[in-house]
Ligand binder design. Structure first.
Ligand SMILES: [Zn+2]
Length: 530
């Protein structure tokens, strides 16, 4: 063998060797993701000891302590200087459920019954919030959307008035693909937007009419979330506005209001989704008297850093909300909302993926921040707070991968991208899944507005590329229809209820383990991309 050939042979061997070790390096990280680890984390996070992981409770203390311990044990660095915690300043407002909410027409007076007919609260920071005889105007969907050439508040002054409106948007109502985004709910369809817009317009009170299809959840979910104290970021716009009451009424209640004001409910509602809709005076007034408890408090995001090598000052963030709904006496016997699927699963995945990155012998290029955020269930507050107070520059943040509610129904051929087409990161998901012989699917129920209902959205709002990839529906054994039906029935039976608890006998982890490996691979690819 000539000297030249020997060198060639040696360099070939070293290429093969380095490929092998690279493969091996990667494979050992992938293989380290296990059902045993995931189920162990979930069983702890979703245990009664953690009391449903409500912000600013003992449940929070136990949860964030557990996360800190685990991140430190894995060998990650604190994400906030020398601390794993990012304090989130909050104000907690508890409105008295005995609040008086009264609506008067010429013919009738309604003293609405809390929980049965309406729910509501005030964002105001005073102990007593009262207003009387505020004129009620039906403002259709309550939307001001220049890019859709739609303004329900056009030429309307609602200062001091009460706006009554529908949930979702005209595109959903008509299935007209030229209106908004057709059946796909836009941000304007979300109740959070509607209250904020009412506040921007100077309204005194806002009432949303609940409808199960349009809201994407039954009245019970609205009841549950307004039966409890509401959290706001300490420095939020609603508290500074003149909005005294934000409320929901049942469809039944809304119908009787329309009847009493001499309006045809169905016709008036239908007119709200037509171009040229004009707000309708209800010839009614609203009054409310609310006793309030206002507490200034705090919660914590948990942030752990796994530094990169050659592009250390660029960041990929994995997010999962650690919080859930705590304890709610409304539920009778079992009052602890353990939030096992929502979102002990995503939080467990966060720990498991961190552990997998720490297993890599050769570190990825970019730094990775593992961010367990708080107050998702209170309106994405922890993630919003992070975007307002980023620990690492947002313009150096190349992407966010959000995990919320993982698969417990077994392996699937697909995974779902909620908000597919909105982000440059879709391609990573597509190629990683393709390699496994799987595929990505757009959100099967975009009318439910899932894109606006988890933490990636806080980042998308400020222009960071995000990927909200979640469980598939095309079950390997039972197919798509079955998967879809299972998801629907899970939502109906367990979503935001005490029955979302960890049940090892009924959970099938195979799909979850596979999906968590996908999250890891996508993150690795993004963190290593040229
Ligand atoms: Zn969730």
């Amino acid at each position: 063998m000539s000297g030249k050939n020997l060198i060639l042979c040696l360099s070939m061997a070293s290429i093969i060797l380095s490929c092998n070790s690279k493969e091996k390096n990667f494979k050992s990280a992938i293989d380290s993701i296990s059902q045993a680890d995931l189920s162990n984390h979930i069983s702890i996070l979703a245990s009664d000891d953690f009391q449903g992981r409500a912000p600013s409770t003992l449940g929070e203390e136990r949860t964030i302590q557990y996360l800190e311990d685990q991140f430190a044990k894995i060998g990650l660095k604190p994400g906030n200087g020398d601390s794993f915690f990012q304090e989130v300043s909050l104000v907690k407002i508890s409105a008295d459920k005995q609040m008086k909410f009264n609506i008067k027409s010429k013919r009738r007076e309604f003293n609405l019954v809390f929980s049965e007919e309406f729910v509501g609260g005030t964002p105001q920071l005073s102990e007593q919030v009262n207003f009387d005889n505020s004129e009620i105007i039906f403002v259709g969907y309550g939307i001001n959307a220049p890019e859709h050439n739609w303004n329900d508040y056009q030429d309307l002054d609602v200062k001091g008035k009460t706006v009554l409106m529908l949930v979702n948007d005209p595109g959903y109502a008509t299935s007209d693909s030229t209106l908004f985004e057709g059946r796909t709910m836009t941000f304007y369809g979300r109740w959070t937007y509607k209250f904020e817009e009412a506040a921007r317009q100077g309204a005194k009170a806002a009432i949303i009419i609940h409808e199960t299809g349009a809201a994407a959840y039954p009245w019970g979910v609205v009841q549950g979330s307004w039966n409890e104290s509401k959290f706001y970021l300490a420095n939020n716009m609603l508290s500074k506005s003149d909005l005294y009451l934000q409320s929901w009424v049942t469809t039944e209640c809304a119908k009787s209001l329309f009847v009493s004001s001499g309006l045809d409910y169905d016709k008036t509602i239908a007119s709200a989704s037509l171009r040229g809709f004009k707000p309708v005076k209800m010839n009614m007034t609203a009054s409310a008297h609310i006793n309030n408890r206002v507490e200034y408090t705090k919660s914590n995001n948990v942030a752990a850093l796994w530094p990169g090598k050659s592009k250390q000052d660029e960041y990929l963030i994995y997010t999962a909300h650690w919080d859930h709904l705590g304890i709610n006496p409304m539920f009778g016997e079992d009052t602890i909302l353990n939030g096992a699927v929502d979102n002990a699963t995503g939080t467990a995945a966060l720990l498991e993926i961190a552990q997998a990155f720490a297993t890599l012998a050769k570190t990825q290029d970019r730094s990775i921040l593992f961010l367990a955020v708080t107050c998702e269930e209170q309106g994405l507050l922890g993630s919003e707070f992070y975007t307002l107070n980023p620990l690492f520059p947002l313009e150096k943040t190349v992407g966010v991968i959000n995990m919320d509610g993982l698969n417990i129904l077994g392996r699937t051929k697909d995974m779902t991208i909620t908000g597919m087409g909105k982000s440059t990161l879709d391609g990573y998901a597509i190629s990683v899944l393709e390699k496994q012989g799987r595929y990505v699917c757009p959100d099967p129920t975009p009318e439910k507005g899932g894109y606006f209902r988890s933490d990636h959205f806080s980042f998308a709002k400020v222009g960071v590329p995000t990927l909200y990839l979640s469980k598939g529906i095309d079950n390997l054994e039972h197919g798509k229809e079955w998967g879809l039906a299972q998801n629907e029935s899970w939502t109906k039976e367990n979503y935001h209820k005490p029955s979302d608890s960890y049940d090892p006998a009924r959970w099938d982890f195979h799909g979850m383990v596979e999906d968590v490996k996908v999250y890891f691979e996508i993150g690795f690819a993004i963190a290593s991309a040229k």
